[in-house]
Design a protein around this ligand. Sequence first.
Ligand code: DP6
Length: 336
Amino acid sequence: MSQQQIGIARAHANIALIKYWGKRNDELFLPLTSSLSLTLDAFYTDTKITFSENFTESSFFLDGQKMPPQEVQKLQRFVNLFEPLVGQLPHFQVESYNHVPTAAGLASSSSAFSALACAIHDALNLDLDSQTLSTYARQGSGSATRSLFGGFVEWEKGQDDDGPSSFARPIDDACHWDIAMLVVVVNEQEKHLSSREGMAHTRDTSPFYHLWPEEVAKDLAIIKEAIAEKDFQKLGEVAEHNAMKMHATMLSANPSFTYFEPATMNAMNAVRQLRDEGFLAYITMDAGPNVKIICKNSQVETIHERLLQEYSPEQLIIARPGPAPRKLSEEEFHDQ
Ligand code: DP6
């Protein structure tokens, strides 16, 4: 390897419409079900990796802050995944910037590991296709698998303990879809229980968990039909139902837990009220208290106006379908 190798990439976060909630192999990040997401334009991570024989240790800077050794360790583990392709790698420096609109508390591992995978790919001059690269991103964080493509993306669960069979594939770039996501930030604090811990605990203790894979299989078939037919209502209804079923498995875990907060319930009621008034607006939620409203792009401004009666502008973020990752130049990267 030459003295210094640099790669820079931008990857967008995705929000699952049909959720991933449980692994069959924790080591390889192999999921128990397939899942399907929408990549978003408003949330992304820019990452630069530099490999150099001159570094005496590896380091990681997030939004300009030096991160502690255990965070560097996580990245080291991820970087090591590429060694079978190129041989032993020298120490690295990773610099990442999370672009998440003010105080959203939505920093996402999906864009983080997707951007890192792409930056490493660029630095090492590899020639992997996006599908293969998604199997690497997966081993940083499951949801990162789906951020290797724009628009609607499916993450296939794959077979048995076969890592390469569990990858992402694009379903529809969503360019011709009248769709947006309005995030209602009800609490910007860090979540107290990570999705990784929450899904393992649910899988291991909920007596209802065995129903989850069956429900996901049904919901995936429905949402793929909805995408093919451009049927917004069908897509919204199945996405909301899937998210609620995921959260229901948590209530039935032992001990039980939930990401819902009182303010979450209020936001959910606001969405139901909008629906009663004829808006096509549906709820999805992840491992935190914030509510994401799936709505039509042509109605999102009106819905935003309405919600401003109850929420501050900082609490409401509009996102639209986002693109696949791309390479960044040094200038673009430093222009943060
Ligand atoms: C609720 O991808 O964060 O957002 O694979 O353990 O890193 P790890 O978990 P992560 O889990 C995401 C869970 C979810 C649903 C989803 O994105 O599909």
